[in-house]
Design a protein around this ligand. Sequence first.
Ligand code: HEM
Ligand SMILES: [Ca+2]
Ligand SMILES: [Ca+2]
Length: 321
Amino acid sequence: NPGFHFGWGGHHHGEISFGLSPQFYQFSCPQANDIVMSVLEKAIAKDMRIAASLLRLHFHDCFVQGCDASILLDDSARIVSEKNSGPNKNSVRGFEVIDKIKSKLEEACPQTVSCADILALAARGSTVLSGGPNWELPLGRRDSKTASLSGSNKNIPPPNATIENLVTFFKRQGLDEVDLVALSGAHTIGVARCATFKQRLYNQKGNNQPDENLEKSFYFDLKTMCPKSGGDNFISPLDFGSPRMFDNTYFKLILRGKGLLNSDEVLLMGNVKETRELVKKYAQDESLFFEQFSMSMIKMGNLRPLIGFNGEVRKNCRRVN
Ligand code: HEM
Ligand SMILES: [Ca+2]
Ligand SMILES: [Ca+2]
């Protein structure tokens, strides 16, 4: 198998992993990306939000044990699924689309393309099909035989995080302030549940007052979509200006006090100069945002991959072989 790389070990924390390469499936499954893209096109035509959901899945995978498809494992005798963690439960979606891609790939190239690579390919494809940037994607990740519910609870940043928290969560993964702001730009597509931003509307600081940084008309609109009691699963777009388009509107809205999550707002209003300046730059210059988003996605996609003889290529993404 000419695509089989080994000998570089598995742990290049936050750095380029020399085991991954864009040509990994060049001989073993040259049609891999075409198959991914054709399934994505149909899935997105049916449900536009699926692009956002798949982009987020890759993030929630990579921040827990690295990009090893641990998030795809269902509960079983040996596995405690990450799907039930606080950040994931009733929130992450897109598993059926991953299954569909996997079954087509198993038909075309049996036991060749890992579920971890499918997540990375789906994240890139979803970005491209939403109008965002394309990038050369390093491949060759293998799939874990374990999941970590506790890791999922501990390592995925919460929406009410302060800027200091956010920087710390990202640094723990080997990602910096530039990655934090650029990758947060993924919130240019998709939605969030009322439960994730309710605190900002009714009790931001424990004083029963809204977040003073919320622009007033935006605040009143949000209150109609997210009542003080109940409605936790009502959804609002993260970027109401262009919720289906991958563009830099997300950053423009933050400048106007119209970022949905606290974690979006603090990139600008928190006391970290570097993130503040980056929000302004990306709001001004979409191509700069696209370039940095691509680089940061590659960096995130390279977090602690299993390579060589570590892990396996699952036949079914929901369970170990
Ligand atoms: C910086 C820290 C981050 C925080 C605190 C955060 C938090 C959240 C929350 C609370 C939601 C809504 C979940 C729900 O209501 O069920 C969400 C949605 C989303 N997040 Fe993030 N996120 C962060 C970074 C990222 C990154 C790095 C990416 C990808 C590169 C990402 C991609 C998305 C997408 C695309 C959605 C919409 C998903 C959908 O519509 O199904 N987020 N995020
Ligand atoms: Ca993982
Ligand atoms: Ca947008």
